[in-house]
Ligand binder design. Structure first.
Ligand SMILES: Nc1ncnc2c1ncn2[C@@H]1O[C@H](COP(=O)(O)OP(=O)(O)OP(=O)(O)O)[C@@H](O)[C@H]1O
Ligand SMILES: [Mn+2]
Length: 270
């Protein structure tokens, strides 16, 4: 008679590293007793005092995305390397670890999310909220019609210096932040006119309708993208901001950092 454990053994057989996502202290302690395996903890904070730790700035709802983020972080920190067979243990339906996934490091394209969220000036939650707004706008459009938008996030003082107003600034005297429920509505309203939204490191909407100085020198973006995307790439090369663009023509959401395209999302897949 075979056992279920024997059947499922393959999942963990020969793995060199286990990545525990947000484990309890007791779970982490138990993991240290396991022979021949390195333990990496991936969580919001290192409250279990793990030796190998990767910060998870967001509670990714999508488990595949959470795992990919964790692996990119672990690779960045040098805990794992391409070709390593690893096992990820995370929460899915329960509040305790109830899911085990085996992955070979390097078997999938990096998402770009890791570097974008962890190594940018703006808060990770702010960047993530802006990406969400852009994705939602991409899904719904403006009264069913596709709509384009550009959000420049972080280093707002410098971004304001390198841009000029195309119209009055509806956010002049307001104190709204991305993530406020009213913001979605306002943002949708203000995408009707040209220009970019400028957002501070902490998520305050500083301005709408900004025309960005865009030289295009030293930026390397895929051919076929127009001036909105060129401006997005340029501003991230000239400042410490990141930019999130929603294309009116191909309906994709793209993030730029350091003058480069780092993330491409199809809102329909979200
Ligand atoms: N320098 C800039 N600063 C701010 N917004 C800009 C800038 N250049 C272009 N835009 C905005 O991008 C809009 C679309 O321009 P364009 O079609 O050339 O860009 P694109 O990259 O092809 O974007 P899309 O894929 O949405 O068509 C413009 O109407 C304008 O609102
Ligand atoms: Mn265009």
């Amino acid at each position: 008679m075979a056992t279920l454990r024997a059947l499922l053994d393959d999942v963990v057989e020969g793995a060199e590293t286990v990545v525990l996502f947000s484990p309890s202290a007791a779970y982490y302690e138990r993991s240290l007793e396991v022979d021949d395996v390195d333990v990496v903890v991936c969580a919001n904070e290192n409250d279990v005092g793990a030796e190998r730790f990767v910060e998870l700035p967001l509670e990714f709802v999508d488990v595949a995305e959470r795992i990919r983020f964790g692996i990119e972080g672990a690779t960045d920190e040098g805990y794992v390397a391409e070709g390593d067979e690893i096992v990820c243990a995370t929460k899915l339906f329960d509040e305790t670890i109830d899911n085990v996934t085996r992955v070979r490091v390097g078997d999938f394209e990096p998402l770009g999310t890791y570097d974008l969220l962890t190594n940018s000036r703006a808060d990770p939650d702010v960047i993530s909220a802006v990406v969400d707004v852009a994705v939602e706008l991409g899904q719904k459009g403006q009264k069913g019609e596709p709509v384009g938008a550009l959000f420049v996030v972080g280093d707002a003082g410098k971004v304001m210096n390198k841009s000029r107003p195309l119209s009055y600034n509806p956010f002049e005297k307001s104190h709204v932040h991305v993530g406020d429920p009213i913001v979605d509505v306002m943002v949708k309203e203000f995408t009707r006119l040209d220009g970019a939204f400028v957002i501070s490191d902490a998520g305050k909407i500083v301005s709408a309708y900004r025309y960005l100085e865009a030289h295009g020198e030293g930026v390397d973006i895929p051919k076929g993208l127009g001036t909105r995307h060129m401006a997005a790439a340029s501003v991230t090369r000239d400042t410490n901001a990141i930019a999130v663009a929603l294309s009116e023509s191909d309906r994709l959401v793209r993030a730029f950092k350091g003058g480069e395209l780092v993330l491409e999302i199809d809102p329909e897949d979200y």
